[in-house]
Design a protein around this ligand. Structure first.
Ligand code: IPM
Ligand code: MN
Length: 356
C-alpha cells in the first residue's frame, strides 16, 4: 500500500478545529482509495512562540523537508504582534522550502451563494497562480533615519528571471493540464511598474511561444479586480506576482462564497509543499465548534491531488460539493446549520457513499 508522510501544523485559533476535520476527511479518503497517510504533528504557532520565545526551533525546516507535504491550519495569535508569526512561520516555510507557487482555485460550488448577482458555478471557476517567493515579499529594503521626521522606508520588489520563468512555466503547464478555457491571463501593471512587469511580460511572451495551444491574455491588476466582479467567466488561469496574487485571491475568495471555502497550496513541485485554508486563525471562534472546516477540507483535497492521488482528490471535492448543495445553509461560522465537527462528518458520509 502506498504511504505518505504528512506533517501537520494545526497552528492557532480555530486552526486546530478546522484541521481536525480535514484530517478526518483525508483518513476516510485514504481508506476508500487504499493508501496510507502517516501524520506527524508539529505544535508551531502563537502558543509555542509565547512559551518558548522562538517562532520555529532550530532544525525545524530541515525536519519538515523530510515530509512529502505539510497540512497547515492557521497562523495568527491575538497576543503576538502582527508580522512575527506570519513572517517567522508562514513566509519562512514558503521561502526556505522554496514553495515558489501559491495555487488558489476560485470556484463557486453549487449551493453556495456568491455576492455577484446573476453569476453561478458556470461563471466562477478559475485558478490563480501566484508567485510565492519573490516580489515585495522578500524583505528587501530598509529604513533610513527611522523614527525621525526625515525617515525613509524602502520596500523593494524583487523579480528574478529564474523566479518569474519558473512561475510562468508552471502556469502554462497547469493551464494545459486543466484543459478548460486554455487561456492564461498575465496580471500585472505594465503601465506603471515598467521594470518588474516588463520582465514578466517579455518572459510571458517568450515562454508562451512554447505553448501555441494556450491563448495568451494580459490585464492590469486594477482592471482584473474589476473584471473579476463584472465578468469572472472570462478567466481560466491567471498568473501574477506575489503581492497582486495576495490581493486578488482575497477578492477571489469572496466571489466563491467566502473564506470558509477558500483553499490554497504552497507548491514546490520538486520538494515539500504546504496546503492551507487561506483565511486566518479566527481566534474569536476558537473552541466553539462553529467555524467552517470546508476550506481546510478543500486544502486537504488539493494535497491529495498534489501527491498524485487524483481519484481521491476528486472524490473529496465531490463530497464537499454534495455537502454544499444538499446540507449546509451558509459558509460563515455559526450560520452553517451544523457544527464544525458535523460538517466534517457530512463530507465523510458523502465520500463513503460515493459509487466508484
Ligand atoms: C496569505 C496571507 C499571507 C500572505 C500573510 C498572512 C503573510 O495573507 O496567505 O495570503 O500575505 O501571503
Ligand atoms: Mn492573503
Amino acid at each position: 500500500m502506498k504511504s505518505y508522510k504528512i506533517a501537520i501544523i494545526p497552528g492557532d485559533g480555530s486552526g486546530p478545529e478546522m484541521l481536525r476535520e480535514g484530517v478526518k476527511v483525508l483518513e476516510a479518503a485514504a481508506e476508500k482509495f487504499s493508501f496510507h497517510l502517516d501524520f506527524t504533528e508539529f505544535d508551531y504557532g502563537g502558543n509555542h512562540y509565547l512559551q518558548k520565545g522562538e517562532v520555529l526551533p532550530d532544525g525545524a525546516v530541515e525536519e519538515l523537508m523530510k515530509y512529502q507535504a505539510i497540512f497547515l491550519g492557521a497562523i495568527g495569535h491575538p497576543e503576538v504582534k502582527p508580522g512575527i508569526l506570519e513572517k517567522g512561520i508562514l513566509l519562512t516555510l514558503r521561502f526556505e522550502l522554496d514553495q515558489y507557487i501559491n495555487l488558489r482555485p476560485v470556484k463557486l460550488y453549487p449551493g453556495i451563494e456568491t455576492p455577484l448577482r446573476g453569476k453561478g458555478p458556470n461563471e466562477i471557476d478559475f485558478v490563480v497562480v501566484r508567485e510565492n517567493t519573490e516580489g515585495l515579499y522578500t524583505g528587501s529594503g530598509g529604513f533610513l533615519r527611522k523614527g525621525t521626521p526625515h525617515e525613509v522606508a524602502i520596500q523593494e520588489s524583487i523579480n528574478t528571471r529564474m523566479g518569474v520563468e519558473r512561475c510562468l512555466r508552471y502556469a502554462f503547464e497547469y493551464c494545459r493540464e486543466r484543459n478548460r478555457g486554455k487561456k492564461l491571463t498575465l496580471c500585472g501593471k505594465t503601465n506603471v511598474l515598467t521594470y518588474a512587469f516588463d520582465l514578466w511580460e517579455r518572459a510571458f511572451q517568450e515562454i508562451g511561444e512554447e505553448y501555441p495551444d494556450i491563448e495568451k491574455d494580459y490585464a492590469h491588476v486594477d482592471a482584473i479586480s474589476m473584471w473579476m466582479i463584472k465578468n469572472p467567466e472570462q478567466f481560466d488561469v491567471i498568473v501574477t506576482d506575489n503581492m497582486f496574487g495576495d490581493i486578488i485571491t482575497d477578492l477571489g475568495a469572496m466571489i466563491q462564497g467566502g473564506m470558509g471555502i477558500a483553499a490554497g497550496g504552497n507548491i514546490n513541485p520538486e520538494g515539500t509543499s504546504m496546503f492551507e485554508p487561506i483565511g486566518g486563525s479566527a481566534p474569536k471562534y476558537a473552541g466553539t465548534n462553529t467555524i467552517n472546516p470546508l476550506a481546510a477540507i478543500c486544502a486537504g483535497g488539493m494535497m491529495l491531488d498534489h501527491l498524485g492521488e487524483k481519484e481521491a482528490a476528486t472524490a473529496v471535492e465531490q463530497a464537499v460539493m454534495s455537502t454544499c448543495s444538499r446540507n449546509i445553509r451558509g459558509l460563515s461560522a455559526g450560520r452553517m446549520g451544523y457544527s464544525t465537527e458535523e460538517v466534517g462528518d457530512l463530507v465523510v458520509g458523502h465520500l463513503r457513499a460515493m459509487q466508484l
